[in-house]
Design a protein around this ligand. Structure first.
Ligand code: 3PY
Length: 252
């Protein structure tokens, strides 16, 4: 049988994806065919609504990519909804303490590892395979907690030690805002904080993920120990491609 998304993420295999923020299955399916390992459907920073998530997960699978979803907050109902839709991974934003990481674990795992409720949703093939799904989901679903505040960096050793957290994902945009280091002037301080998080995760044996706005410095961060990358988003890629075409055909 195939190695689960959880095992691939936990063990630090290279995994590349992008955010999907356009609330339409066509956009998701197009991006899913691009050759990335996964898509992270972004319910946090988009106008995607709960009722749209399941069709976006379907579209990712139709295009041959694993679907992960970033929930709007560290909220058990949101986590249950995305997992019931069939997403193989969940990215939980704004996790700043071990207690918050433990809450994300409880929402993601069935008992005895957590408190997720069992329902006959798409993930369990509408109930046809519910016993098998409940027995195996804890081992298959990748839980990534997002570290993006000063408080999270202060608590990183405790967060990285939480059993059931598979991967620590760094959000550099919000982390920079939280540190008062947003923009070019803050790069050095921000990068030092990112390195601190990577070092703590590596000594705890936790895999690390990172958002990059573009592919340019992915090799630098891969060498630093990051294994999972979310690079840009469908809207950013669409905009960059359109701008580059406009420039290429401009007469001046
Ligand atoms: C951040 O950079 O803060 C992000 O959340 C990117 O996803």
């Amino acid at each position: 049988s195939q190695t689960s998304f959880r095992e691939r993420g936990r063990s630090g295999q290279p995994l590349n994806g992008t955010f999907a923020a356009i609330p339409h299955p066509v956009a998701v399916e197009v991006i899913a065919r691009a050759g990335l390992d996964f898509l992270c459907i972004d319910w946090e920073h988009s106008q995607i609504s709960r009722g749209e998530i399941e069709n976006l997960v379907r579209a990712a699978e139709a295009g041959g990519a694993v679907a992960m979803v970033r929930v709007p907050g560290n909220n058990a109902e949101a986590i249950a909804a995305v997992l019931d839709s069939g997403a193989e991974g969940v990215l939980v934003p704004r996790v700043s303490s071990a207690e918050e990481a433990e809450a994300a674990v409880r929402a993601t795992r069935y008992p005895p590892d957590g408190e997720r409720g069992a329902g006959p949703g798409r993930a369990s093939r509408y109930g046809y395979d519910i016993a098998d799904y409940v027995a195996t989901a804890n081992a298959k679903i990748l839980l990534c907690v997002q570290v993006e505040t000063v408080r999270a960096v202060e608590n990183i050793e405790a967060i990285a030690a939480v059993e059931g957290v598979d991967l620590v994902f760094i959000g550099p945009g919000d982390l920079a805002v939280s540190m008062g280091a947003f923009g070019p002037g803050g790069t050095e301080r921000l990068e030092a904080a990112i390195e601190t998080v990577i070092a703590a995760c590596r000594s705890a044996g936790k895999a690390v993920g990172l958002f990059r706005p573009s592919a340019a410095d992915v090799p630098r961060w891969r060498d630093a120990g990051v294994s999972l990358f979310v690079v840009a988003s469908d809207t950013m890629l669409l905009g960059a491609s359109a701008a580059s075409m406009a420039k290429a055909i401009s007469p001046t």
